[in-house]
Structures are given as structure tokens and as C-alpha cells.
Design a protein around this ligand. Structure first.
Ligand SMILES: Nc1nc2c(ncn2[C@@H]2O[C@H](COP(=O)(O)OP(=O)(O)O)[C@@H](O)[C@H]2O)c(=O)[nH]1
Ligand SMILES: [Mg+2]
Length: 220
């Protein structure tokens, strides 16, 4: 059970985070940069999808912020693509917050960028409450997490713009039904866009790239 004081501290924390998120968004808007947050469990395919975007959308100047508890393995993968990359380590925290992201924005050449992908710490719970100031929130789930994974984590899908159901190439092997996952996501949030992809095989990756391009166009 939460004590009354605990709830107050949590509310204050979230309110402070919201203020900082607004400032991040203002800074991004002033520089005409679109930020896309990518959340999802460890191993769901977040880094792979961002890599595909950076490899295929050469018409945009792309940067990446890689959130992780300790290591910076994802940041190294982005570095290899030759895009500006900032690694953010959260220590024990299981999510990024607007304050951490503001430090990443300070270090990036905002006036030379079109899109910043922000990969959140891998899980479907903690990132839900913390607005980072991104313009769009993407949640990646993979069929290997089981086809009840969406129904079990409604909060993060309520605040998302797009759900990517990944690894459909192996859905049959893990006996998961991606259509059930899609239906669950739409039940939680009817305005959510849902796409089924295989980042490994390239299936429907054009729809992922199209979502990114539309997000940029809508901001211009
Ligand atoms: N079979 C299959 N494997 C994938 C797919 N997408 C990513 N993977 C693999 O899943 C693992 C985790 O991917 P990664 O992008 O690092 O996940 P992240 O932890 O969410 O960033 C890697 O070994 C990827 O190659 C997919 O569509 N199908
Ligand atoms: Mg990753």
C-alpha cells in the first residue's frame, strides 16, 4: 500500500518531469527537430528498428539517444552507423526521464538534425508515466514475449502513437498470434496505429519508414 506522503512525492516528481518535457519539446520545435521515443522490452527489436531507419532514410539527418541501465552497447551500434549518438545511463532507474534527455539534447547538434530517436530502457512498465518531450511514442513488442503481453501492460499503450509488433517471422514457432496482439492494442487505444513487421526479414519495414516520414511531415 502507498502511504499518502509517497503518493504526494510521486505526483510532484511526475509534475516536475512534465514541465521539463515541455521545455525539451520547445527546444526541439525551435530547432525543427522531431523526436521519436521507442520503448519496449529488452530484445523486442528497438535498436534494430532504429538502425533500419538510419540506414534507409538517408534524406533525413538522424541522431540517436540510447537509454540503458549501465552498458552502452546500443550506443555503440548507433555509433557504427555514423550517426550522432548519446548514451544515457540511468543507473538503477528503469526508465529515462525528461531531465536526462535534456542533457542529451544539450550535447547534440540540434540545428543540424531532422530526427532524434530516443531508445528508452527496456521494459513495458516504468517508461509509461514519463513524458520525455518526444513528439511521438512508439512501443515495440515481439511475438516471443507471448501474445498476451499487450493485454498485460495497458498503460504504455494508452499513451503510444504506434505499436510495432515485431518478429512475426517466428510467430508460428513460438505459437503466438500477432493478430490477437493487434486487437488487444486497438482495444486499449482505438486511435493507435499498429503494424506487424519482421525487422530481420524486412517484412512491412516500409510501413515503419512511412510512419517516421509522416511524423516528420506533420511537424513541418
Ligand atoms: N527473428 C527475429 N529476430 C529479430 C527481429 N528483430 C530483431 N531481432 C533480433 O532480436 C534481438 C534483439 O534485438 P534488438 O534490436 O537488440 O532489441 P532491443 O533490446 O529491443 O533493442 C537481436 O538478436 C535481433 O537480431 C525479427 O524481426 N525477427
Ligand atoms: Mg536496444
Amino acid at each position: 500500500m502507498h502511504k499518502v506522503e509517497d503518493i504526494k512525492v510521486e505526483e510532484d516528481l511526475l509534475a516536475a518531469n512534465r514541465e521539463l518535457a515541455l521545455l525539451n519539446r520547445e527546444l526541439l520545435d525551435a530547432n525543427k527537430v522531431v523526436a521519436i521515443e521507442v520503448s519496449g522490452a529488452i530484445g523486442s527489436g528497438k535498436t534494430t528498428l532504429i538502425e533500419l531507419a538510419a540506414q534507409n532514410l538517408k534524406e533525413y539527418r538522424i541522431a540517436a539517444v540510447a537509454g540503458d541501465v549501465v552498458a552502452s552497447l546500443d550506443a555503440r551500434r548507433f555509433d557504427k552507423l555514423g550517426i550522432p549518438t548519446i548514451a544515457l545511463n540511468t543507473g538503477k532507474e528503469c526508465h529515462l526521464d525528461a531531465h536526462l534527455v535534456s542533457h542529451a539534447l544539450e550535447k547534440l547538434p540540434l540545428d543540424e538534425l531532422d530526427i532524434i530517436f530516443i531508445e528508452n530502457v527496456g521494459n513495458l512498465i516504468c517508461p509509461a508515466d514519463f513524458d520525455l518531450g518526444a513528439h511521438s511514442r512508439v512501443v515495440v513488442v515481439s511475438v516471443t514475449e507471448g501474445d498476451d503481453i499487450v493485454a498485460k501492460h495497458p498503460a504504455i499503450f494508452r499513451r503510444a502513437n504506434l505499436v510495432v509488433i515485431n518478429k512475426v517471422d517466428i510467430a508460428a514457432y513460438v505459437e503466438a498470434d500477432p493478430h490477437k496482439m493487434e486487437e488487444d492494442a486497438r482495444k486499449i487505444n482505438p486511435s493507435l496505429e499498429v503494424i506487424q513487421v519482421s525487422a530481420r526479414k524486412g517484412y512491412n519495414i516500409d510501413r515503419w519508414l512511412n510512419f517516421i516520414a509522416r511524423t516528420v511531415q506533420n511537424k513541418r
